[in-house]
Structure formats: C-alpha cells, structure tokens
Write a protein that binds this ligand. Structure first.
Ligand code: ADP
Ligand code: ZN
Length: 601
C-alpha cells in the first residue's frame, strides 16, 4: 500500500481535490483501477464514489469515459471538476453540432482527463469509432443498477454497455452503484460482463445522518419547529404522500418565513424544473415534494430530509433519507409518525390492484418499517440489520440520545381493545378515545356509549397517550383498520390473548419534547471550534455571488463544510487556508486571496 503509485494518488487527492485522506475503501479501489483492474463498487450515497474513477482518470494515461444516465447532472459535475483544474467535458443531446465536433476533437487529441457521456450517445457508431481513435484511460459506469430490469431506474441503453468490453477489452472498467441488494449486484455483473471484476462492498451506514422519528401531533407545527430550531436557513427536503399536501405544506411553510418550494408530478414541467433548479443552485431552499423528487438530485449539502408521511418500506425510507448529508457533514433524517400513517399505508395496500403475492410482500415491508418506528432500540442498528449488516448502538439517533421509556401497557391495551369490542368494532381512534376518557360528545350520546362500562375507564391517561396506545396496537398487529368501514378499528386474532389477560404488552412511552439535550451533544461531537457566525454569513454571501457570476451551483465553489472550517479556524495565510478540507491547489490560487480578505475584514 506504499508503492510510488499510491503516493502519487495521495498527492493528487491532496493537491487537486483538497482532501487530506482517503475515505473507506477509496484508496484500494483507486489503486486497483489505476493498475488496470475491473471493479464493481457498492457504496452508499455520499460515500465518495466519484473519486474512485476521477483519480484513476488522472493517474492513467488517456481519457476516462464516464457513463451517466442523468444529463442534468453531468453539467454540474463537469463544472465542479473544472473548478479543480481537471480537464473535463460532457457529451449529450444538449450540445449542438459544433460543440460535439469540438469535444470529439479534444478526445482524439488527448486533451481531456474525463469525458461524461450519456449511454445512448456512447453507443452511436460515430462515437464508438471516435473511441477507437482515442486513447482511453478507463470506462466508469455510474448508477450501474440502471441495467437491472427489476429496479426502478431501468435504462434499456445500459444493457448495451457490455459492448464496451467486447470492443475495448484492454480498457479497465469500473461500475458504481448505491443499490445494495444481492440480486441487483448479480445482475450488474452478468449484464456488464464483469465476472472478473473485483467487488468492493462498503458499509451502508451513513454515520453523519441522525435518525429521529417523533410522535405525530400537529405535524406541520412540529416540522416548522424542527426547521427553525435545528435547520434555520439550511437546504432540505420534506416528503409528503399527496400532491395536495405538498402544495399546502409548501405554501404554509412559506407563509412562516421558510424558503419552501413545491415539487410533484402534477405540476407543469417548466415549473417543476425551475424549482428543482433553484434547489440545486441556490442556498437554503426547502423543497416539499412527493417521492417523484429524488433521482437526479445530487446536491451534497442537503442538511435534512423530513417525512410528514410514512414511506412504504425501509428501502424507500433509506433511499429518501440518504439524500441528506452527502458531503459527510452532520445531517438529519426526521419523521413525524402517527396512527393515521399506519391506517393510510394499510389502506393503500388493501386497495391496491396488485396480486395476493404483491400484497403479502407489501405488508411485510410495511411491518418492518413500523418495527423501526416503534423500536426502543437504536434506529441505525435496526436499519442496517434490515440490509444484512450487523452494528452496535450508534449514539446518533433519537433513541440512543434519549432512551425511550418502556411501560407495561397491558392494562391500557386491554381497555383499548375492549372499547373497540364494546362499541361494535365500528369506530376510529378519535371516538374510542372519547369513550375511554369519558367525554360526552354528540356522537357518544347518539350511540349511548356513555352507558358502556368502558366509558371513562381510561381517564387516567390523556388524549396523546391514548393515541399512542392505539398507534402501537395497530403497529403491533393487535388491531387492524377496516377500509370498507371508513377506517374503523377491528380486533385481530392476536388481540384475543391480550383481552383474556394471557399476553403482556409493552409499549414505548410517548416522548415529550424534553430540553435540547440532543442538540447539545451534536455541538460537542463536532471536531471544530465554534464558527464565527458573522464570518460564515459573509463567506456564504460571497459564495452566492461567485456561483451566480459563474452560473454554477454554490457547492461547486465550496462546500458548506469548507466554509464552516474557514469560519472556525480563521486561517491567516495561504498555507493555513490550503490545509483545510476541500481547498486544492487550483481553488487556493483562484479564491485564496478573496477568502483571506474576508477573514481579515
Ligand atoms: P457518491 O457519488 O458516492 O454519492 P460523491 O462522490 O458525490 O459520493 O462524494 C460525496 C462527498 O464526499 C463529496 O462532497 C466529496 O467531495 C466528498 N468526499 C469524497 N471523498 C472524500 C475524501 N476522501 N475526503 C473528504 N471528502 C470526500
Ligand atoms: Zn442509535
């Protein structure tokens, strides 16, 4: 691991990319590919996949061809590389004939380190011909799971990429993806003829993401409080299930001073593109979106992902929350979850058109997610375990930071179940709670429920506590919403033992908002001295101006993390500045004087 080639790789990592050390398996992968080997790289989002081909591209002679399915992102990636002084270009349908010619000429002349190409473009006879006349360093196939016909992102053109191996057997290939499951992996190997490739599998943990799942009370107000207290002025994504809720939530946040924009498939294309573009390019935009928003989001400084509705599965949850904190800096995955979510998701499964098999799988997936929501143990351990990875309590999720109290809810569960039974299994939680708490509403008198012996039997618990009980009963499978009967709660087979007193039930105590314990521990966990807030503001304003002038996203100039380091360290000269993460030689030369000026001011 200490060959001259490795030393050269490290030196380029420092001088070009401004990073002090390799992350995880990067060094090994770079060494392997730079040495001419094929590789399949499985790394989570934000793991640092790009470097795995960008560095070999610089280490090997010739041009690296990067196959990427997302045209919109190529431009930003190339812009970011150019900032580093790397000779990069892209070739896709947005270029006109003259630009294409110029690009092909540069490729033939060996004037490019990296060329990003859309897969359909690469397969054109003219392009393949041009490749035979050029010197090729390697092929990088990004988002390699696009070859999988079973995945969501299937791209037929990806199937043809095996041609590369047949036409250019001597050129090493590296395929990269953040999709972890074994079937997809096997399919990538088979379809891209990567049988001899070395497979690098990283842990799928995202240690900088803090997972928090709160009891849903007034979700919007909870969200606003979360944004104001933890993420004022940060970029974030808020996921909702329906288009209507997206529109309403975005408007409501906006009226409360959050720079929120909606995004869903029902908007016209131009408005949608505009909002995505602003999110990608401006600082501190919050996009409220349906899951239609995701693929094609490559913003490294998304500081939080919030869910106002429960996703369908842990896979979905992990993919969506994975869009936070790609830059490695602290980020939050926050979700508000309540009984209504359980009812809603079950209804969607019950009413889906899918086969019996499909429903069975959907129910199992939902149950796994509910298990995550209700666990009193570490959320991360649960998540990673779902993906087949063993781990220890993380110290960076809500349950690790503040262990939830477990209480013996057997009595409460029996009362709740018998309220359901006595009222004929025809009512939802709201009415059942009124019965238990002994409230005389119109509905109660209409049905004469004040005569039942369960009436007022649960006055010892408040409404929130009862909501909690019903939610957990549904999540644990003791009750089931009946969608034919407007979501009335019904007893399940499993509830019988509880009613008979044969089965104990434990539940999580509702977590009330205690002090800011969680927040404090985060500040303590940071390895940086406290940043100078005023300086950070000025640095951000400077970055915004630079980004606008050059027509690139702000993070292409500098990442948040770099600005935060400058504001904390207050470097006094170019040397000190160059030692910070994210400042390579080229950026130091170009922006160093301006930055030092800002620090001095
Ligand atoms: P992926 O493609 O796997 O989602 P990226 O390649 O976009 O991840 O990298 C994620 C972030 O991590 C980027 O902001 C990148 O600058 C940063 N990064 C990658 N490697 C390193 C490293 N060795 N040291 C510090 N930061 C790194
Ligand atoms: Zn944890």
């Amino acid at each position: 691991m200490n060959s001259p080639a490795d030393a050269r790789a490290l030196q380029l990592l420092n001088s070009v990319f401004g990073h002090a050390v390799f992350r995880g398996a990067q060094a090994e992968i770079v060494g392997h590919v730079a040495g001419g080997g094929d590789a399949l790289v499985l790394m989570p989002t934000g793991g640092g996949k790009s470097l795995c081909y960008q560095l070999p591209a610089l280490l090997r002679e010739g041009t690296a061809l990067v196959v990427s399915p997302l045209i919109a992102l190529m431009q930003d990636q190339v812009a970011a590389l150019k900032q580093l002084g790397v000779r990069a270009a892209f070739l896709n349908s947005t270029l006109d004939g003259r630009e294409v010619n110029a690009c092909e000429r540069a490729l033939r002349n060996g004037d490019l380190d990296l060329l990003y190409v859309a897969p359909e473009r690469l397969m054109m006879p003219r392009m393949l011909e041009c490749l035979t006349e050029s010197r090729l360093a390697l092929f990088a196939i990004d988002e390699a799971h696009c070859v999988s016909q079973w995945g969501h992102d299937f791209r037929p053109e990806y199937l043809q990429l095996s041609v590369l191996h047949e036409r250019f057997p001597a050129v090493p290939r590296i395929a990269l993806t953040a999709t972890a499951d074994p079937q997809t992996r096997e399919e990538i190997v088979r379809r891209l003829a990567l049988d001899d490739a070395r497979v690098f599998i990283s842990s799928f943990d995202r240690p900088n993401i803090r997972y928090t799942i709160v009891d849903k009370q007034d979700a919007r107000a909870q969200l606003l409080r979360f944004i104001r207290e933890e993420h004022d002025g940060d970029a974030g994504i808020v996921y909702c299930l329906s288009r209507k809720k997206v529109d309403e939530t975005a408007a409501w946040l906006k009226s409360h001073g959050v720079r929120a924009l909606p995004y869903h498939a029902g908007m016209d294309t131009a408005a949608r593109a505009e909002n995505q573009n602003r999110f990608q390019r401006e600082d501190g935009i919050v996009v409220v979106a349906t899951i239609a928003f995701g693929m094609g989001i490559d913003k490294p400084d998304v500081r939080f992902v919030a869910h106002l509705d429960l996703p369908k599965s842990i896979e979905g949850y992990y993919q969506e929350t994975g869009r936070a904190g790609r830059d490695g800096a602290p980020a939050d995955a926050w979700m508000a979850y309540g009984l209504g979510d359980v009812v809603q998701q079950r209804r969607m499964i019950d009413q889906s058109e899918g086969s019996e098999d499909y429903r069975r799988v959907s129910v199992a997936k939902l149950d796994a997610l509910l298990g995550l929501c209700e666990t009193a143990g570490c959320r991360r351990v649960r998540l990673l375990d779902y993906f087949g990875e063993a781990s220890a309590a993380c110290g960076n999720c809500d349950t690790c930071l503040e262990a939830p109290q477990i209480w013996d809810a057997t009595e409460a569960a029996r009362k709740a179940l018998s309220a359901i039974y006595r009222t004929g299994q025809r009512f939802g939680a709201v009415h059942l709670i009124d019965v238990l708490r002994g409230r005389t509403t119109d509905r109660i008198t209409q049905w004469e429920h004040q005569r039942l012996n369960v009436f007022g039997l649960g006055a010892d618990l408040d409404e929130a506590a009862w909501r909690n009980v019903f939610r957990q009963l549904a999540a644990l499978g003791y009750v089931r919403p009946d969608h034919e009967a407007y979501g009335a709660l019904k007893l399940t087979e499993a509830s019988r033992a509880v009613l008979k007193g044969e089965q104990r039930v434990e539940m999580r105590q509702a977590v009330t908002r205690k002090g800011r314990a969680a927040k404090k521990s985060r500040a303590a966990a940071s390895d940086l001295p406290a940043a100078d807030g005023g300086l950070l503001e000025r640095l951000k304003a400077w970055r915004t101006a630079q980004a606008r002038e050059q027509g690139v996203p702000a993070y292409v100039i500098f990442h948040d993390r770099t600005l935060a380091e400058i504001a904390a360290v207050r470097p006094g000269d170019m040397d000190a500045l160059g030692g910070l993460s994210g400042i390579g030689a080229k950026k130091l030369e170009r922006y160093g004087p301006a930055l030092l000026e800002l620090v001095r001011a």
